[in-house]
Design a binder for this molecule. Structure first.
Ligand SMILES: O=C(O)CCC(=O)C(=O)O
Length: 256
């Protein structure tokens, strides 16, 4: 059973801002074991892996044969990699927080979306432009929550996430996004929104919970250390993936 439930202020923060940080949610015994497991999976990079060269984001190597082209960006299918990933994904504090945020006892983990270790290596890392995760996902309702567990310091200089508070609650015309559904930073109309962005600075064990409609972005890693984060996506029972879409490829995992 969970040790803590959310305070009214925490629930309100998520409802209004579209994100919530829970500091030191994951104990060092778990995060240290995770770091060891991840590091042993990075060299050689254990499949399935997405490389920096695969993402084609700004700053990414142009191909796998270009300098830095073999730099891992995501260790995919985290949940099925090892019991330690399952322990984090189903940790009672994680599940209790998700139950409160989605107002449901029955929470499921999607194996089709964020279900990976995100790495950002010094030297060869790309930036992620402004987007809402829900843009390529297909569910009954756009009401999913993702978790982002920091496994070390995350700050602007090593490419932490940036979020636009409250963006999960605003409707934006399609014209404000580009062909890949990234928010256009060249449009004067988007400037006031972009000016409200805040960095999500985290430390080992902190967990960010963010809504699938919250606009977020991330910079390059300008530090000398690898940044590793573990991220999962969850839905409430009753918010089903649309059959035959990429949101329904692998079965969701019931956690409660
Ligand atoms: O570059 C990053 O660390 C952010 C990745 C991200 O926002 C995403 O994959 O949705």
């Amino acid at each position: 059973m969970a040790q803590h439930s959310l305070t009214k202020e925490q629930s309100q923060q998520f409802f209004e801002q579209g994100y919530l940080i829970r500091r030191e949610l994951m104990p060092p015994a778990i995060t240290d074991a995770l770091i060891a497991k991840i590091d042993s999976s990075l060299s050689p990079a254990l499949a399935p892996v997405e490389f920096e060269a695969d993402v084609h984001y700004p700053g990414a190597p142009s191909s796998k044969s270009a300098p830095g082209g073999q730099t891992p960006r995501r260790l995919l299918h985290a949940y099925s990699r090892d019991a330690i990933f399952q322990q984090v994904a189903s940790h009672p504090e994680m599940v209790a927080t998700l139950q409160a945020l989605m107002d449901s006892k029955d929470i499921l983990l999607s194996q089709n979306h964020h279900n990976c270790v995100m790495t950002k290596h010094p030297g060869f890392s790309s930036m992620t432009s402004w987007h809402q995760d829900i843009r390529y996902w297909r569910f009954d309702r756009p009401e999913l929550v993702s978790t982002w567990l920091a496994l070390g310091p995350e700050n602007v200089s090593n490419g932490c996430l940036l979020v636009i508070p409250g963006s999960h609650r605003i409707e934006l015309d399609p014209g404000r996004f580009d062909a890949s559904l990234f928010l256009r930073t060249d449009l004067p109309e988007n400037e006031p929104l972009l000016e409200t962005a805040v960095p999500v600075e985290l430390n080992q064990g902190d967990v960010l919970f963010f809504h699938s409609r919250t606009l977020h972005a991330a910079g390059q890693n300008q530090s000398t250390h690898i940044k590793r984060s573990l991220t999962f996506t969850y839905r409430a029972s009753g918010n089903e993936p649309i059959p035959e879409t990429r949101s329904a490829v692998f079965e969701d995992i019931t956690l409660s």
